[in-house]
Design a protein around this ligand. Structure first.
Ligand code: GAP
Length: 428
């Protein structure tokens, strides 16, 4: 349902579709691009603008290859894979049952092989080993290598965090489930630097903070879960990790991970770069390597969760309507202006004037390409919180009808006050 709606209404398309597509890569269409921008803005607002202990960063995707030696990604960022000798399907070793047979057809499986998930590339005109580097598999390392730059340029004191949103790349071998596991995706990550000894308290605070962020933006509580990792599941850098999971149609799966990365990364970068990355507290005169709490979420997984969670079908009299009950701040369009009679130039003119005025504040559209009932349904299906209808009476009483997406309640509002009214409504 969601996959077809995403394509039909311009949220998400398969990448390179006219060539048959490229596995596990996706393009965001006009409405998807707006939804993505709104989601990033909501994350940035709550984590950077509204906090005085977090600064933003936008580091490059290409980094010095030594970064990935230091981070452990060259040696440890691997999947262990097996192939089925009968059906030739490939599986991660953890998905093989205890009888060591293919989970799909019961056939014999091959010996396990290691497979590094980083995508390689070469810089410069010659493809030789000295030019080898990687497309980053996480945005986090751009933050670690800039730790001292941010401390010095912004005069930050621990505890503080650095936030970043950006593309990451992984040569995923088991794909599927739409955008859930893509080869190119976006992350929203914070590395929060704390004094060792205070890390466990900050870890718990960030787990709650991030869990509540999803709830505040409208995800239903019954579809959200915290799952603490077993020691054996922890990534090579983590002392503890909690996944925030969402109940996707294919089962409970990770939306975001909050990890206690200790001083692993700073220590490693100190070792390989030869630079001193210690923090000096000029009040207590202590010098130490901070521990790091890392809330790391995926934009694409969040978008998928918000779409799935907000989708509903309702019966209205004898009709059915599909609604994306997205939080207003996330909705791709905030308002649609619809003329009731498109063959009355004065009505069309007024509707277009209102649209142009609203566009100065937020994304709005004018639409006269169908009957009013159809136009409402189209806007409901893409999550537009308000439809504004201009009718014959509008020409004499200078009022328009505002219809609420969720309640379908209609209200007459003065044309002169419509922008002010909408701005207020969108805040609530
Ligand atoms: N810096 C830590 C880190 O990258 P991760 O658990 O591997 O940790 C963090 O990734 C988040 O990035 C995940 O919770 C998920 O939302 C997103 N993510 C990871 N791999 C992804 C993929 N292949 N496709 C889409 N999102 C992905």
């Amino acid at each position: 349902m969601i996959v077809s709606l995403c394509k039909r209404r311009g949220f998400i398309f398969q990448s390179s579709e006219i060539y048959g597509g490229l596995a596990s890569t996706w393009d965001y269409g006009p409405l998807g691009a707006e939804l993505k921008r709104n989601l990033k803005e909501a994350w940035w607002r709550s984590n950077v603008f509204e906090r005085d202990d977090v600064e933003g960063l936008d580091a490059s995707i290409l980094m010095h290859p030594s970064v990935w030696m230091a981070s452990g990604h060259v040696s440890s960022f691997e999947d262990t894979l097996v192939d089925c000798k009968s059906c030739n399907k490939r599986f991660k070793i953890e998905h093989i049952p205890s009888n060591k047979k293919c989970p799909e057809c019961g056939g014999q499986i091959t010996e396990a092989r290691q497979f590094n998930l980083m995508l390689k590339t070469h810089l410069g005109p010659v493809e030789e080993s000295g030019s080898l580097t990687y497309l980053r598999p996480e945005t986090a390392q751009g933050i670690f290598v800039n730790f001292q730059n941010v401390v010095n340029s912004m005069r930050k004191r621990v505890p503080f965090g650095i936030a970043q949103i950006g593309k990451s790349f992984r040569n995923e071998v088991t794909t599927g489930n739409f955008t859930f596991r893509s080869r190119e995706f976006e992350q929203m990550e914070i590395e929060f630097f704390v004094k060792p000894g205070t890390d466990e308290e900050w870890y718990r605070r960030w787990v709650d903070e991030r869990f509540n962020w999803y709830l505040k933006l409208g995800i239903k509580k019954e579809n959200l879960n915290k799952r603490e990792h077993e020691k054996t599941e922890l990534a090579h850098y983590a002392k503890a990790c909690t996944d925030i999971e969402y109940r996707f149609p294919f089962g409970w799966s990770e939306l975001e991970g909050i990890a206690n990365r200790t001083d692993f990364d700073l220590k490693q970068h100190m070792k390989l770069s030869g630079q001193n990355l210690e923090y000096f507290d000029d009040e207590t005169k202590e010098r130490y390597l901070p521990y790091v709490i890392e809330p790391s979420g995926g934009i694409d997984r969040s978008i998928l969760a918000f779409l799935v969670d907000s989708y509903r079908e309702e019966k209205v009299k004898d009709d059915k309507r599909v609604v994306l009950g997205l939080n207003k701040s996330l909705a791709p369009l905030k308002a649609a202006v619809l003329p009731l009679l498109r063959n009355r130039p004065e009505i069309v003119k007024l509707a277009k004037e209102i649209t142009n005025d609203l566009k100065k504040n937020f994304k709005a559209m004018y639409d006269d390409t169908a009957s009013i009932g159809r136009l409402y349904r189209r806007q409901d299906e893409i999550g537009t919180p308000y439809c504004i209808t201009v009718d014959v009476d509008s020409l004499s009483d200078s009022k328009v009808t505002v219809r609420d997406r969720d309640t379908m309640v209609q209200e007459r509002v003065d044309v002169a006050k419509i922008k002010e009214y909408m701005v207020e409504k969108l805040k609530s």
